[in-house]
Design a protein around this ligand. Structure first.
Ligand SMILES: Nc1ncnc2c1ncn2[C@@H]1O[C@H](COP(=O)(O)OP(=O)(O)OP(=O)(O)O)[C@@H](O)[C@H]1O
Ligand SMILES: [Mg+2]
Length: 459
């Protein structure tokens, strides 16, 4: 993780930096906001910015937003100046950290904000050949295409390959091709020169240059438009990029990993994805299995997430009861590991006793009301027989398609804790279509779950 500290902080920087370094972060320091903005534009990427409250944090956050530089900002200051802390949070800072720094607090912030978790649970035998393949290719510079349903751990696998590669000390940079509007993706990837288009207030280094010497993950590559696909092909062939509005090609040395949860071969057949690009990216294909095909991982993953969210919420760790585990093992897991993660996050918050019981386990298709009084075996049958929004089988008859679609969309979105990208993946629609639908529902007065924190930061 790369941490950028901004400000003077009266000598506390060294301590904060040392603590962060001990926790595995790469720390750099810049005194002014304009200096920090320049560094970020110039490809000195950061996963987290810690900024002194005496500086104009509002200006920093506004500039980052208008230039679409996506990085969380945490405010810090000497002592506990409540008004300064409130001002910083209002301006959009994620947290306020009082100084002198407390090692535990810095560690917690690093973990919560950057969420760089290197845990990789792979106990089911189906993962064995997959892990072997990943380890074998990691050390080469071959492009890797990781495919699999939504939430199966494609990004986790990409990070694993990076960590195992000779580029591990270089940057791991990821770009979600589905989440960035088409007209901005090119400059996000390749950067731009000052004045290249309206809003290009300064030169900006793109993700390809930021990943130089490291690994670039092109997430959801199937969503890239054809024009950009052609440019990407040239980059892969010639290992040079052109900044938007630039005049000279720039050499880059990167390892490319791409992911897709659509079948890229079908996209190629339907002429939506260039065949030549497909072959360039797909030197090695790592296929992540669906969670339902790796049953031996359900329990260790559930226990891992239960512990993780207990710690994150300051709650005591609780065991998961046998009947609750039974529910988890028979569920269909359409949203795969992410769905299990969200389910366990909710379970930790809902659990009342010293164990996580079935009533704290809310599964998709079950609406959002837990089955309070049902014994586990009945709850399992109910979960299996449920259709949309908590109604019994056959209950769709008599309802309009639009009506059912709306319930499905809202239910899925709630399930993904408001995360539009994940909900769109599970629903199998584009994020644009999802946004349009939600706008429509909002305008007709329906409550729509708010966007998740990470997406608010990105928008
Ligand atoms: N083997 C694993 N061990 C522990 N946690 C995992 C594992 N695989 C995935 N996760 C967790 O599950 C969640 C989903 O993983 P990830 O984002 O890698 O999936 P994805 O396939 O990229 O999803 P999407 O298609 O929606 O982008 C993440 O929070 C990740 O940390
Ligand atoms: Mg992903």
């Amino acid at each position: 993780m790369r941490l950028l500290i901004v400000g003077q902080l009266e000598g506390h920087i060294a301590t904060a930096g040392r603590i962060a370094t001990q926790r595995g972060a790469k720390v750099s320091h810049i005194e002014s906001i304009s200096g920090a903005l320049n560094a970020l534009r110039n490809g000195q990427g950061a996963d987290l910015v810690m900024c002194d409250v005496v500086l104009d944090i509002a200006e920093l956050i506004e500039s980052l937003k208008s230039e679409r530089i996506i990085v969380p900002v945490v405010a810090c200051g000497i002592g506990t100046d409540a008004t300064a802390a409130v001002r910083a949070i209002r301006a959009g800072a994620k947290e306020y950290v009082p100084l002198p720094p407390d090692a535990e607090l810095i560690a917690a912030v690093l973990q919560a904000v950057a969420e760089e978790d290197t845990t990789f649970i792979a106990r089911d035998p189906i993962l064995q050949p997959i892990m072997q393949l990943a380890e074998r290719v990691a050390n080469s510079d071959a492009s890797v295409l990781i495919t699999g349903e939504s939430g199966t751990g494609k990004e986790v696998m990409a990070r694993f390959i990076h960590r195992k590669s000779k580029r591990a000390t270089g940057n791991f940079v990821s770009v979600n091709c589905a989440a960035i509007p088409e007209n901005l993706l090119e400059s996000e990837l390749f950067g731009h020169e000052k004045g290249a288009f309206t809003g290009a207030v300064a030169r900006r280094i793109g993700k390809f240059e930021e990943a130089n010497g490291g690994t670039l993950l092109l997430d959801e590559i199937s969503e890239m438009d054809q024009r950009l696909q052609a440019k990407l092909l040239r980059v892969i062939q010639e290992r040079v990029i052109d900044r938007v509005g630039g005049t000279q090609p720039i050499k880059v040395d990167i390892r490319l990993i791409a992911t897709s949860n659509r079948e890229l071969e079908v996209e190629v057949q339907e002429k939506r994805f260039r065949e030549d690009l497909y072959f360039r990216l797909n030197v090695v294909n790592v296929v992540m299995p669906a969670l339902r095909d790796r049953p031996a991982d359900i329990v260790p993953l559930a226990e891992y997430f239960a512990d993780k969210y207990s710690v994150a919420n300051g709650l005591p760790k609780r065991a998961i009861s046998a009947s609750a585990l039974g529910l988890l093992q028979v569920h269909h897991w359409r949203g795969n590991i992410r769905e299990l993660e969200n389910t366990m996050h909710r379970a930790v918050l809902l659990a009342r006793n010293n164990q996580i019981e079935p009533e704290a386990i809310m599964l998709s298709g079950q609406g959002l009301t837990p089955e309070k009084s049902l014994p586990a075996n009945i709850a399992v049958q109910v979960a299996a027989g449920r259709t949309l929004a908590g109604n019994g089988p056959g209950s769709l008859v008599g309802r309009t398609v639009a009506d059912v679609e709306r319930d499905l969309i809202i239910d899925t979105l709630q399930h993904c804790l408001g995360n539009r990208t994940h909900a769109a993946n599970i629903l199998g629609i584009s994020i644009r279509t999802l946004r349009n639908k939600l706008k429509q529902y909002g305008e007709s007065g329906m409550p729509v779950p708010p966007a998740s924190g990470e997406e608010r930061a990105a928008s």
